[in-house]
Design a protein around this ligand. Structure first.
Ligand code: XMP
Length: 518
């Protein structure tokens, strides 16, 4: 275990991911956690992240100097580098020499940390203060035009640091430097693999659910719930029941991927609830986006809970158990953001489902609680899940319901499904799936436009392509799709989808536009 101490910058999660890419398990701790508590977890190494502040600023986050006396290797980055320097008796000063963005660094002496890194290379910096003198016993490894001490190490003590951000994409050789610290200085073993993750999770799920417990998992068609279910299935077999609510708002082929391909790959016991008509009835006449979301959310919970009561009611009758387990695909970023630790979850969710015994308690099973999204996909591959599920791009819970501008009807859904399927096919054929974060296709169902096809006038609907690039969906840019790809999508949709006679592309970034239209 490597602990990444978070000083409030946005970089801690990225650092933790990079450590794991080096096949060493890592977790994030907020800087205000007492050092004794951090050490009690017996970390093999501690990384001090960057932070927004100057070490001299009032109220600047700090770390108790006892950290440096515990015999645990420490790596400081940016702000963490300065904390290390000042905590170990070096000097940090406001030199007025700020560096932001791409910066050239010169390696004077590679030592262990910068071994095999080119003498001149480019790194990403973001700092106002600078280390002006390294602590006693440290060798200075690198400098920049304005920062005399940009990297240092004391290999015997297990300490090293860099002024730059090795974790960001724009820093050359960042991963190599991080691995030199982890492996050559801290002596970490690179054993964190997807095979180990799956095995560990299976063990702990068995321990949590016990010999007789029954678990239920809602499948959405997305990667998180699919991987969570597949792991739990490995642990407890047919004592897991998956429920898939077919609300009729999925894209072409997605329900089959769950019903047929997912079941074939995992052998899970699946209960499909065909609720299409119910959703269409509930959505009849609804055009307001928020109202649509409310209706879809409400119906979903009702249908799911009824299925849950049926499945668990049976199981409780058979086993007499008083605890039911609910599997959820919670990911590590959600855990970090809600301030929770990454230990086993013991949260009880509040449930009040008609048809179940009053004293039945629900306990959450969260097999992905320690994982990042990219790790979840690797685990999914490891478990042999279909690539369409493992690599599926984000798709909103309310489905195509919020991609039809206007009332949602079956005929409109069919139109949109056809157009969307063509767009997805062409994106895949062009090899763009992993470059594009997401590409909603939106049907402007209440808008008509005039066209001409063959000899005749048409009066059909436009569709909008909304290709975006993004890191986290909080901000996004419109993706510059190659013209040939847009052309093929446009030609095929207007030829093959009757009633669609115009294809447009949305070139709005987020903000101001959201990714979805509703
Ligand atoms: P917006 O439209 O807010 O979307 O820019 C950001 C990301 O969230 C997805 N999204 C949803 N996901 N339920 C979901 O599970 C929803 O109600 C929902 N609305 C938007 C959207 O597809 C994009 O990836």
């Amino acid at each position: 275990l490597v602990l990444v101490v978070d000083f409030g910058a946005q970089y801690a999660q990225l650092i933790a991911r990079r450590v794991r890419e080096a096949r060493v398990y890592s977790e994030i701790v907020p800087h205000h956690v007492p050092v004794a508590e951090m050490l009690a977890r017996r970390p093999k190494a501690i990384i001090l992240s960057g932070g927004p502040s100057s070490v001299y600023a009032e109220g600047a986050p700090s770390i108790d100097a006892s950290l440096f006396e515990a015999g645990v290797p420490v790596f400081g980055m940016c702000y963490g580098f300065q904390l290390m320097a000042s905590g170990l008796g070096g000097e940090v000063a406001r030199t007025g020499a700020r560096e932001y963005g791409r910066t050239a660094v010169s390696v004077a002496e590679p030592g262990t940390l910068l071994a095999d890194v080119p003498a001149e290379h480019t790194v990403w910096m973001s700092h106002g203060d600078s280390v002006t003198a390294a602590p006693a016993g440290f060798s200075v490894l690198a400098s920049t035009a304005t920062t005399p001490v940009a990297a240092f190490e004391n290999v015997d003590a297990g300490f090293a640091g860099v002024q730059w951000h090795p974790e960001v994409l724009h820093t050359e050789h960042g991963q190599q430097v991080l691995e030199h610290f982890l492996v050559d200085i801290a002596g970490c073993r690179q054993t964190w693999t997807m095979v180990n993750i799956v095995e560990e999770q299976i063990e702990s799920i068995r321990a949590q659910i016990g010999e007789r417990g029954h678990a239920i998992c809602g499948l959405s068609g997305g990667v998180d719930s699919a991987v969570a279910a597949a792991i739990v299935q490995r642990a407890i077999g047919d004592r897991l029941t998956c429920v898939y609510v077919d609300h009729g708002l999925m894209r072409q082929g997605e329900t089959e991927q769950v019903e047929r391909d997912f079941v074939a790959a995992t052998g899970v016991d699946l209960k499909v609830v065909d609720a299409e008509q119910r959703f269409l009835d509930a959505l009849a006449g609804v055009t307001d986006p928020e109202e649509k979301r409310k209706v879809i959310g409400r119906e979903f919970i009702r249908v799911f809970e009824a299925a849950e009561a049926e499945v668990l009611g049976e199981a409780v009758k058979e086993t007499g158990e008083t605890v039911a387990f609910l599997v959820q695909g919670t990911l590590y970023p959600d855990v970090v953001e809600s301030g929770g630790g990454a230990g086993a979850s013991n949260i009880k969710s509040h449930h009040n489902v008609g048809g179940l015994p009053d004293d039945l308690e629900f306990e959450l099973v969260e097999p992905l609680r320690t994982l990042f999204k990219d790790e979840v996909r690797l685990v999914g591959e490891q478990l042999g899940l279909p690539p369409e599920i493992v690599w599926r791009q984000p798709f909103p819970g309310p489905g195509l319901g919020i991609r039809i501008i206007g009332e949602v009807t079956r005929a409109r859904l069919d139109l949109l499904r056809q157009a969307d399927a063509i767009a997805r096919e062409e994106m895949t054929a062009a090899g763009l799936d992993r470059d594009i974060w997401q590409m909603p296709v939106v049907l402007l169902a209440d808008v008509r436009s005039v066209g001409v096809q063959g000899d005749g006038r048409t009066y059909g609907h436009p569709v909008v392509l909304r290709p975006v690039t993004s890191e986290d969906a909080m901000t996004a840019d419109w993706a510059r799709l190659p013209y040939e790809v847009m052309e093929r999508i446009s030609t095929r949709i207007t030829n093959e989808v009757e009633e669609v006679n115009r294809v447009t592309v949305d070139i709005t970034s987020k903000p101001p536009g959201t990714i979805e239209w509703e």
